[in-house]
Design a protein around this ligand. Sequence first.
Ligand SMILES: [Zn+2]
Ligand SMILES: [Zn+2]
Length: 235
Amino acid sequence: MFDRLTTHLLDLVFPPFCQGCTREGSYLCLVCQNRINVPIHRCPVCNRNSPLGRVHEHCSSESTALSGLMVASEYRNPAVKNLIWHLKYNSVKAISETLATIMADFLVGSDLVDYFHDSLVIPVPMHEKRERFRGFNQAETLAKHLARNLHLEFSPALTKTKKTDRQVDLEKRERLENVKNVFSLTPHFNRQLLSGRSILLIDDVATTGATLNECAKVLNAHEPAEIWGLVVARN
Ligand SMILES: [Zn+2]
Ligand SMILES: [Zn+2]
């Protein structure tokens, strides 16, 4: 209750103004929204160009559970960077709706809505202690808004069972270790839902994609058709 109240109050003290140009009225004005570019797509394993960020066949190994990693916008765009910052560190929950619009625009603009029409939209989970502290899991609010926008099925299929260090503070190799075996299926989740389905795994930001890949490993055990990561930006 207290957390929810705090979040609500923060929304009130953070009135909507564009995070690109400070124009009042919304967190992202149409002019700045139109300036958001889709980045060059890269394979999350080798970081070389690849259509939609699909993992190259020769880059795929037993430890690769993601089919690819789609990135909806460029992190270096100041509006995108500010929006993510205020969602994540200033806990302005309402911004998840703005960022979900950027994700939806990306899927629409890339002609992928039909392709993913039957997908499950699954957020990267947050440990419950951290979620209680922050008041919400930003990946979850993003995934919910995205699913609602595109009429897809939202499914909180994953749980984070161990608290981990923040990935941002770690080196690449440490990041891989840090997130190993910390995710599992949500208790009582109907795992048959995953079988044969395509999955959109949602997070706000990815760096190496290690977290998304660990989540995908858990889901992969239940034989989905494929798992695509989708993030607002890659930093
Ligand atoms: Zn603007
Ligand atoms: Zn590759």
